[in-house]
Write a protein of this length. Structure first.
Length: 67
């Protein structure tokens, strides 16, 4: 829930250097969110190997670029 999210963000900010940019913060938040979603997927038994994800993305990019 919300409290856990706030704690996670606070811990993240504590780890980041004082001179980090907003982009740095947003990037790390994105990673944190992606990892959190990944853990939820693992818990639900929907485990997708990294290579499979990469291949799917690459196919998507290749097809959209071919237009």
């Amino acid at each position: 829930g919300g409290v856990e999210t706030k704690e996670a963000v606070r811990a993240l900010l504590d780890r980041l250097p004082d001179d980090c940019s907003v982009e740095d913060v947003l990037y790390h938040l994105y990673v944190l969110q992606a990892v959190g979603r990944g853990q939820a997927d693992v818990a639900a038994g929907r485990i997708i190997p990294h290579e499979e994800v990469e291949n799917a993305l690459r196919r998507k990019w290749l097809h959209s670029g071919a237009g």
